[in-house]
Design a protein around this ligand. Structure first.
Ligand SMILES: [Zn+2]
Length: 273
C-alpha cells in the first residue's frame, strides 16, 4: 500500500487509477484558497465511493497559498482565512506554502509575509506545514526559527526535497520530515539520493508532485500518483529495504505527520485498503 503525500489532481479518473495501482492514499495539495471547494468536492467524492465499497483511494487536501500566488493574494488571504479553511475533517495540513526565489525573485517580500501567515496558522492550530522551497533555504530557516520562538513548536515536511545536505541536516535537527519525489530517480540527482540514504527513515515521505516531475521511466510524460511506486522502488534500493517495507514505513510516517488523516481513517472504520 502506497501513499502519494503530495500531488495536484484535477480529475477523479486519475485518482481512481492510482487506487487501482495500489496507491491507496493521496494528499491533493492546495495552492490557493480559491481552489478549496473543488479540492474538497473531489475528496468527498472519493470518500463516497469508498463508502459504497468501490476501489477508490482515500483523499485528503491542504489549505494554503503557493509562493507563486503570494504577491497576488497578499491583501486577500490573512492568517485567519487559512485557519478557517482547516475546519473540514479532510483538510490535514497548512500549505503548500513557502518561498521560491527561482520563479519569484521579484516578490520576495510578499512571499515572506505570506509564508509567515502560514507559520502563524500552523503555530496557532498545531497543524503541520507542507513546505515548498527553492533557492530560498536560508530565509526559510530564519522564518521557521522565528515561528519556533513565537509558538514553541512548528513542524511539517519539506515537500519534493531538492536542496542540499547542509539544509537537510538543519531541517532534520528541527524534526522536519522530507518528501522524495520522482527526482530521486533522475540520473543527475546523486546529491539528493545521498540525502535520502542518510535521513532519519521515520521522517521520510514519498510523493509525485504530479502532474510535474514524472519519474524514470516516464520522464517527460504527465506525472500521476500511480507512478509514486517508482520513487518508492528507488528509496528501497537506497535504504536496502524490500518494496513492501518501504511502502509500510512511508505510510506509517505519513499518518504520524498528518494526525488528522489518521483520525479520519479511524472514523471511516476501515483499513486504507
Ligand atoms: Zn506542489
Amino acid at each position: 500500500m502506497f501513499v502519494d503525500s503530495h500531488c495536484h489532481l484535477e480529475d477523479e479518473a486519475t485518482a481512481v487509477r492510482a487506487g487501482e495501482a495500489g496507491v491507496r492514499v493521496l494528499l491533493n495539495a492546495g495552492k490557493d484558497l480559491d481552489e478549496m471547494d473543488g479540492q474538497l468536492a473531489m475528496c468527498r467524492k472519493m470518500a463516497q465511493l469508498r463508502k459504497e465499497g468501490k476501489e477508490a483511494p482515500l483523499m485528503f487536501t491542504s489549505a494554503g497559498v503557493h509562493p507563486e500566488n503570494a504577491a497576488q493574494k497578499l491583501s486577500l488571504v490573512q492568517t485567519d482565512d487559512i485557519i478557517r479553511a482547516l475546519d473540514d475533517p479532510l483538510v490535514v495540513a497548512v500549505g503548500e506554502c513557502g518561498l521560491d526565489y527561482h520563479y519569484g525573485a521579484d516578490s520576495i517580500l510578499e512571499q515572506k509575509e505570506m509564508f509567515w501567515r502560514h507559520i502563524e496558522a500552523a503555530g496557532k492550530t498545531g497543524f503541520p506545514l507542507m513546505i515548498h522551497v527553492r533557492e530560498a533555504e536560508d530565509d526559510l530557516l530564519a522564518l521557521l526559527d522565528d515561528g519556533i520562538k513565537t509558538f514553541g513548536r512548528i513542524f511539517g515536511v519539506i515537500h519534493c526535497f531538492s536542496s542540499d545536505m547542509v539544509f537537510a541536516k538543519k531541517v532534520e535537527a528541527l524534526g522536519f520530515y522530507v518528501s522524495a519525489s520522482g527526482i530521486l530517480t533522475f540520473k543527475n540527482a546523486e546529491d539528493i539520493r545521498e540525502v535520502f540514504k542518510s535521513y532519519a527513515l521515520e521522517k521520510i515521505l514519498i510523493e509525485t508532485d504530479s502532474p510535474y516531475l514524472a519519474p524514470v521511466p516516464f520522464r517527460g510524460k504527465v506525472n500521476e500518483p500511480a507512478y509514486v511506486i517508482k520513487t518508492a522502488e528507488k528509496l528501497s534500493e537506497l535504504r536496502g529495504l524490500s518494496l513492501n517495507d518501504t511502502a509500510e514505513q512511508t505510510e506509517k510516517n505519513f499518518f504520524k505527520l498528518y494526525q488528522k488523516a489518521a483520525d479520519y481513517l479511524k472514523t471511516e472504520g476501515k483499513d486504507v485498503g
